[in-house]
Design a protein around this ligand. Structure first.
Ligand code: PMP
Ligand code: PLP
Length: 469
């Protein structure tokens, strides 16, 4: 029998403590419980006056995409009647004010998905929709942190997270990384030696296909990190948009070697490295999931999983900010995932993406091996869509102030762009890392042909700075 989560209410920020369920929302329960009640209560506009009668979309079959020559499409839609079989709400319901958690049919999908894939190990966990992980990150940090509070973060991290923390006034406390990401020894050391005036409460991490470092934590690493967080009673924000894009032990091969036999290296769903949420017995993980990398980013739809008491506080926050994600996005996602593709179709589709990103990883790594060689040091990514290149500059350039900016200028002249490492530094003043010899390359967006071309161009640039293959 799983246990109840640990109570973290002592950690809640004054702002989170001031948030409560709107008294108006409490009135909804009366209408829900008694269909005969005539409500003059809610300040809802009249749904029959909404100008939309049907909302539909053409979607591919799961496991296919528009990059294929022939792609069969099916039409999915939501209209003015509820879909009785699947319980999917009507279009008016999706477009009307609803609870801040999200439409019931979508929440049901998220809950079952989390149970199937992550199976949280404590009682009273739940899910709440978000307007993507960027929105979610704002909301989960605001639960615990005030202006001036510290937050633990990788020594290189996702720029929008850094911006979020900077603008919120959080003091970023960097933790060392290795080829798997945040190291438990550095996390423990930082927490043990902390003598800041405010306590360390929260760590932010990207365990799979790290942005920008491309690394993925092994299960052992996840357990070790979790133990350190238990030791210092730290809440974990698990920002994991690339979770399904794992490649397991698939070696780098040429496209013609990507046979059915080879693709068996892929983890599918069974051999995915388990999430930190899935090993969490205390309810100290708030996990952020998003459709951004597995359906489309501007659907602006994601979900947060964690203990229900904390999610309730987030729901109260949602009530005064986003209200809930856009009804069109929720509706079309609900029909797609509950009805058209169904949960199995969704998994089939994310596994197709797993293959696609593996193929791209292979192309870019083959090009790096062939055209860059010793010019760079790189850990072959086993997940995600990023490559983190350390440039091996010769001594006369390695310590030259401004050399990374010069390389960047030269890249632009040579029609290739990678992001300089300093942009991922969690610091207000990045001048100390302006010449850190790193670049991030995303292998997700450019065409497969362009990926090789980009690495060839990069090789020509690095040669001009004295790098040797
Ligand atoms: N302001 C006022 C005065 C309102 O009456 C309402 C809707 N009840 C809102 C804001 C909420 O607007 P929205 O749905 O665009 O967040
Ligand atoms: N978190 C990480 C680590 C990311 O790399 C990204 C996208 O680049 C996001 C969050 C953004 O997610 P969303 O589009 O759901 O806000």
């Amino acid at each position: 029998m799983s246990k109840l989560p640990k109570n973290f209410t002592k950690y809640l920020s004054p702002k989170a403590n001031r948030r409560h369920i709107s008294p108006l929302r409490k009135l909804y329960a009366y209408t829900r419980n008694d269909p005969k009640l005539i409500s003059l209560g809610g300040g809802f506009p009249n749904s029959d006056l909404f100008p939309f009668g049907k909302f539909s979309a053409h979607v591919v079959q799961p496991g296919t995409s528009f990059q294929m020559n022939k792609v069969a499409l099916s039409e999915i839609s939501i209209d003015r009647s509820k879909k009785e079989v699947s319980g999917i709400e009507s279009l008016q319901d999706f477009l009307q004010y609803g609870g801040g958690a999200g439409a019931a049919s979508l929440i049901k999908f998220f809950y079952q998905h989390m149970k199937d894939i992550h199976n949280p190990k404590y009682q009273d966990w739940g899910v709440i929709s978000s307007v993507g992980s960027t929105d979610a990150l704002n909301k989960v940090t605001e639960l615990f942190l005030n202006d001036g509070d510290p937050i633990l973060i990788d020594e290189w991290s996702y720029p929008t997270a850094i911006e979020t923390f900077t603008s919120s006034g959080f003091q970023m406390v960097a933790v060392k990384m290795d080829s798997e990401g945040m190291t438990p020894s550095s996390l423990d050391e930082v927490c043990t030696n902390w003598n800041g005036s405010r306590p360390l409460r929260v760590v932010y991490m990207i365990p799979t296909g790290h942005n920008p470092a491309g690394c993925t934590m092994s299960l052992t690493r996840r357990h070790e990190i979790y133990k350190v967080c238990q030791k210092h009673d730290i809440i974990i924000i698990e920002d994991d948009p690339y979770y399904f894009l794992q490649f397991n032990d698939a070696p780098v091969v040429n496209p013609e070697q990507e046979t059915e036999e080879y693709l068996k290296h892929l983890p599918g769903t069974e051999k995915l490295v388990p999430s930190i949420l899935s090993i969490d017995t205390d309810g100290r993980v708030l996990r952020l999931d998003t459709f951004s990398k597995i359906l489309a980013p501007n659907m602006r739809l994601g979900w947060i999983t964690g203990q229900k008491d904390l999610l309730q506080k987030i729901e109260n926050h949602v009530g005064t900010t986003t209200m809930h994600p856009c009804g069109f996005a929720q509706g079309i996602a609900s029909v797609l995932l509950n009805d058209s593709w169904g949960p199995q179709g969704f998994i089939k589709h994310v596994l197709y993406l797993q293959e696609e990103y593996l193929s791209r990883r292979n192309i870019v790594m083959s090009a790096v091996n062939e055209h860059l060689g010793n010019m760079v040091s790189v850990t072959t990514p086993v997940g995600g869509m990023f490559l983190w290149l350390k440039v091996n500059l010769p001594p006369h350039n390695a310590n030259k102030p401004g050399v990374m900016a010069e390389i960047f200028e030269e890249m632009i002249k040579n029609k290739v762009m990678l992001v300089p490492g300093w942009q991922f530094a969690p610091a207000l003043d990045t001048s100390a890392v302006k010449d850190a010899p790193y670049f991030r390359a995303a292998f997700s967006y450019a065409s497969k042909e362009q990926l090789t071309m980009a690495i060839e161009r990069l090789s020509a640039v690095l040669e001009r700075f004295g790098c040797k293959k």
